[in-house]
Design a protein around this ligand. Sequence first.
Ligand code: HEM
Length: 304
Amino acid sequence: QDSSTAEQTIDVMNTLFGKHPGKRANHAKGVVAEGSFTPSADAARISKASLFAGPAVPVTIRFSDATGVPTIPDGSANANPHGMALKFRLSDGSDMDVVLNALAFFPVATGEDFRDLLKAVSESGPDAKKPTALERFVATHPAAATAGATAKTPSSLARQTYHGVNAFIFVDKDGKRQPFRFRVVPVEGQEILPDEEAAKREPNYLMDEIGPRVAKEPAKFRVLAQLAEAGDPTNDATKPWPESRKTVDLGTLSVSKVVADSAEAEKALLFMPNALTDGIEVSDDPLIDARVQAYAVSFSRRAQ
Ligand code: HEM
């Protein structure tokens, strides 16, 4: 992908959400936590990654609200999809990142289309002439009309299911390759609020709830991999695979504390969808590289 697409994408985000020095262009509001990941025995069979060979490793977690608005109310519809970014601290000293959100599938398949969708949104205010730019975009990109409804406001950041959306590839010790998608599911189950109730919650109810909750008892999630079958598309994040596909339980993520100075900690953190480890590789999904380039542009601007 042309690097200017990423610059243009961040420019439109800044137009839509405002410029907020030091903050992320998207998922600006968040909270940083610490925890650990304990792999299952099945994980080591499907990938040679050291992450799955054990023992448990420390993980840094950042939960977030969507949009580049750092003061967005957590219960607002626009705060969906909420995000979960994971940085696994591997035993060899390197990191591995997994960046998920609550959408079951993405509205568009490419970085260029995502830029164009954001542009269409920015041109389709209440006074825009019909059919608006957004209506025209959606007419030719059907997932843009349906993806949003798959992510709803939870009662807690610890009661939401997060999806990897993009496909990645496991490689086992014999070199066998298996495309998959990550899914991180709360052990207590997902709990969605009715829209009216979400709108009535305190503006920071999600960010404020997670610290005291995990201080009492760690929040546990199952880290799953949904396995592709032959013919399932790996290059199109708008196309979820059938729910009947086999999932492998990779292990347990335990979130045990919110860091003391989350606002300072999040500045130094950068989660990259292609920061993987031997045994887990990117697929042919073009969105992964589009994300990597956009995250780099956002990081360089917020670090200034
Ligand atoms: C072309 C598609 C996408 C673009 C252009 C994009 C853009 C961005 C940008 C600019 C940031 C801020 C990065 C930073 O400053 O560190 C961000 C953060 C984030 N994005 Fe995306 N994104 C895309 C797709 C996705 C997808 C598919 C997911 C989830 C499956 C996702 C989940 C997240 C999350 C969770 C964060 C917050 C990361 C953190 O906590 O630091 N994004 N995105």
